[in-house]
Design a protein around this ligand. Structure first.
Ligand SMILES: [Zn+2]
Length: 153
């Protein structure tokens, strides 16, 4: 079965509304929210662009200059574990992270500025059925990222 979740209203949560929700989720999972961790959470929650750990580090250090890169990695790991962020692959081959949305969504990534947008809808059914028939695989899920240039670039 291919997941077919459609865009839900909760997926449209504004970026600033995300911060308290994420902080609650982290606390509920026993993660102590220190000032440096909080600085990382805020940067990732508020960004509409996929950021790699170094970019997050540079931005979060503005709010918390003594931040360490290890804290960035650990916080990202925890956010990923709680499905609050998604890992995306950028054309420059570096791992980047973006605030996730609920449900099954596909990603559009601007190769120029890194802006990320989600879109839903699956017209992949026919393709998946053909691939299954050709290969004997049973497809359970898929992960789609489209790269290009955003409307503002
Ligand atoms: Zn762009």
């Amino acid at each position: 079965m291919v997941s077919r979740a459609r865009t839900s209203t909760s997926a449209r949560m504004s970026t600033s509304a995300r911060i308290p929700v994420w902080e609650d989720a982290l606390r509920q999972h026993g993660y102590r929210l220190t000032a440096p961790r909080q600085a990382v959470v805020e940067i990732v929650a508020e960004s509409g662009r996929a950021l790699n750990p170094t970019e997050i580090y540079d931005r979060a250090r503005v709010a918390y200059p003594r931040l360490g890169l290890v804290t960035v990695y650990r916080t990202l790991e925890k956010l990923e574990e709680l499905h609050l962020v998604q890992r995306v692959h950028r054309p420059d081959n570096c791992q980047a992270f973006i605030a996730g949305v609920e449900g099954h969504q596909h990603l559009l990534i601007c190769q120029n500025c890194g802006r990320v947008q989600y879109f839903s809808g699956d017209q992949l059914e026919a393709l998946i059925q053909r691939v299954e028939a050709d290969t004997g695989y049973q497809v359970h899920d898929h992960w789609l990222q489209l790269f290009g240039k955003c409307g503002e670039c």
